[in-house]
Structure formats: C-alpha cells, structure tokens
Design a protein around this ligand. Sequence first.
Ligand SMILES: Nc1ncnc2c1ncn2[C@@H]1O[C@H](COP(=O)(O)OP(=O)(O)O)[C@@H](O)[C@H]1O
Ligand SMILES: [Mg+2]
Length: 315
Amino acid sequence: MSDRIATLGSVEAEAALMVRDVVKRFGLTTALDHAGLELRRGERLALLGPNGAGKTTLVRCICGRAVPDAGKIEMLGRRLPPSGGRHELGFVPQEIALYPDLTARENLEAFGRFHGLTGSKLRQAVDWALEWTGLADRAGDLTKTYSSGMKRRVNIACGVLHRPLILLLDEPTVGVDPQSRDRIFTMLDELWGQGTSILLTTHQLEEAEQQCDRIVIIDHGHAIAEGTLAELIANTVGTKRKVIFTLAEAGPKLDGMTTDGDGRELVAEVEDVALELPDLLIRIRESGARVRDLEVHPPSLHSVFIHLTGRELRE
Ligand SMILES: Nc1ncnc2c1ncn2[C@@H]1O[C@H](COP(=O)(O)OP(=O)(O)O)[C@@H](O)[C@H]1O
Ligand SMILES: [Mg+2]
C-alpha cells in the first residue's frame, strides 16, 4: 500500500512535459538551438517569443509532426518516440485546419474519429464541444460561412475532443475578434479548471502575462528565461519602480535621480512608492523646481523582454 502511494506520488511529481536541448535545423536555418522548457502538471505555461523564434517548430517537435535533430522530450516522465504514443496530448495548430464544406458538427465528427472516438462516445464528445465553444446553435452551418473567431473555436475543439491531459495551442487567438478571444480564454479556463496542463504559444505580452501561470521566453530558437512573472522580473529588471517627474521647466540635477527629456524630466527608482515618493517631492520642491506631472512605471513583462533581448517584441 505504502509502495503504491510512493509510486503514485512520484508519478504525480513528473512534469507534464520536459523538453531538454532540442535542436532542429532546416537546411542552413537552425530553428531550435538547444531549446528547453518544463510544463508542470496543471499549469498554464506561455511560450512567448517574436515571429521566427522557433515556437511553432518546438510544439511541432513535441507533438511528433517534426523530428528533432537532437535533444530529449519527455511526457509524464516517459521519453517520447519519434512518432505515435501521444494519446494524452492535444494539439491545436497555428493555421485553421477545417473542412470548409462540412458543418461544424461534421468537422468535429471527422476529427473525433481521427482521435479514435466512435459511437456514443463520439456523439457525446461532439455535443460537449459544441456547447463548450458556444456554437451549438450554428452546428449545422458550413464552417466556410463562419467568422474567423468561430472557425478558431471549432479548430480548438478539434484538438480537444479526446479530452487530453496536455494541450498545446499555437497562437490560438491570432486574427480573432475580442469577443471570440474572451470566449477562447473562458474555454481554456474551463479545461484548466478540470486539470488540463496547457502550453500556449504566443507573441503577445498581454496574453502571456494575463492568461498564464508561468512564462518561457524563446528567442533565436533558445529559451532564454522561464518562470512566473514575479520571478522573471526579480531575475532581470528588478522589482523597483521607475518614477518620472515632469518639471515646469528644466531643473537642477539632484542626487539619486537622473535627468531626461532636455532636463525637464527627473527619473528616480524606488522600491516602495508610498514610502519614498513624499520625500522625493519635497526634495524637488526645495531645489526650486516645480513638478507638473508624475508617472510611476512598475516593472512589466515588456521591460523583462527588452532587458533579455535588447529589443521590442513586435519588430
Ligand atoms: N519547414 C520549414 N522549412 C524551413 N524553415 C523553416 C520551416 N519551419 C520553420 N522554419 C524556420 O525556422 C525558424 C523558426 O520558425 P517558427 O518555428 O515557425 O517560428 P515562430 O513560430 O516562433 O514564428 C524560422 O526562421 C523559420 O523560417
Ligand atoms: Mg509560429
């Protein structure tokens, strides 16, 4: 009994996915250059990086659609073979992959069969997916008549019909309207609430910041940082806030503050705004300068990204 519990315990402790040192070349292009990440059980992990960073290649390697040249990929503690053996995995590709001349229900039935579902299990899964996506009332319409957000929702459902433990989504909200985007995240929240581990590929800072528990930043085929937002901030830009005082006219230099904007801005870094701001304001006033405005900039994923890569995300 105790052995069994110990075994279960260790299995539970295994990561949903463990990717180590994966290399993938396309001719002279090195798409993945010793890339690695860990998707923990029950978490939502963002794989964040600019276009061309290698995100799609990495998820394609995980789901067996591309074969790495080197490296190791483990799922639930088992090393993955080059193909097959991925029943616990669901994959939603970046491109919409639906049959335009079939209805949503027919598309879902076709994908359900690919996943090995038949009979009443298939019917139940399709009914669930239509409710889950909020498309039950449009189930009989051809998907070519759908908005791009509706197509996205069906596309996602096609990868989830077999209710995988682990779900990989490659930029699932690109080109969708805000309403469908919200719906997609409500759908993903529901799966996450039921215990699904989610790897979400994105090039949008807000998505990584708001929708995920931890973030992996990938650049030039290599994961350059991994952690919660708080960990990433603490390890890179630090937890201090930047305070910018705009002066009525160019003012004096003050100890512990830098000047900017032709001398009309004073910039300070503070750990505790409430504690340190009053003293800064008093010192500026005593110097004879007048403060017209002030801004407080907390550290953000944006500043972490620039710190790590030296450039903006959308270049
Ligand atoms: N099938 C392929 N053939 C040749 N080059 C590819 C192929 N797939 C990806 N690449 C290249 O690999 C790099 C990473 O691409 P990709 O994984 O699609 O990045 P991302 O999804 O982050 O935008 C890019 O330079 C891209 O041009
Ligand atoms: Mg991509």
